[in-house]
Design a protein around this ligand. Structure first.
Ligand code: AMP
Length: 172
């Protein structure tokens, strides 16, 4: 299966969740068994040998993150919104276009010196991934890189993540 077929399974939903945003809906892709399997295979090829663990933020990051962890035989560490993780956490608050958001990770999510690959579905402004990277570093672990299914290049999220190795399957 070609990347163009995978691209064709991403549905643009205008004005969701608010006016002016074109939401990249991956549910048609998730439903298509062969396309989903190929997507994970292609992303797994981009996981370097020296990556120790996969880390991803909820919610769609979990879909790609866990699948990649299984495909590449790594463990998985979840990053969650406030009030969801049961044990002691580190947190990072970051700015959104309007307001702020906070992400949490367990304090023992990663061991010192571990190399983490951060995974998410869409790179938009890079704010979420920047905060996730800080959580990895708060454990004394290392950000090996960030891997996205899709990058919205016109939002220049890469600039915000200039310190890290970035890789994306599909650019738009
Ligand atoms: P950002 O922090 O701006 O890079 O936004 C990234 C997060 O928001 C990711 O977890 C995405 O799932 C989600 N996101 C942002 N923009 C979109 C979009 N246009 N379509 C789908 N998801 C998006």
């Amino acid at each position: 299966m070609q990347l163009e077929e995978i691209r064709g399974l991403i549905r643009d939903v205008p004005d969701f969740p608010k006016p002016g945003i074109i939401f990249k809906d991956i549910t048609p892709l998730l439903l298509h068994q062969a396309a989903l399997a190929r997507t994970i295979e292609l992303m797994a090829e981009r996981v370097a040998d020296d990556v120790d663990v996969i880390v991803a933020p909820e919610a769609r990051g979990f879909i790609f993150g866990v699948a990649l962890a299984l495909a590449t035989k790594r463990g998985f560490v979840p990053i969650r919104k406030p009030g969801k993780l049961p044990y002691e956490t580190n947190s990072v608050t970051y700015d959104l276009e309007y307001g702020q958001d906070t992400v949490h990770m367990h304090v023992d999510g990663l061991a010192k010196g571990q190399k983490a690959l951060l995974v998410d579905d869409v790179l938009a402004t890079g704010g979420t991934m920047g905060a996730c990277a800080q959580l990895v570093q708060a454990c004394g672990a290392e950000v090996h890189g960030c891997l996205f299914f899709m990058e919205l290049t016109f939002l220049n999220g890469r600039d915000r993540l200039a310190d890290f190795r970035l890789d994306t399957l599909i650019e738009e």
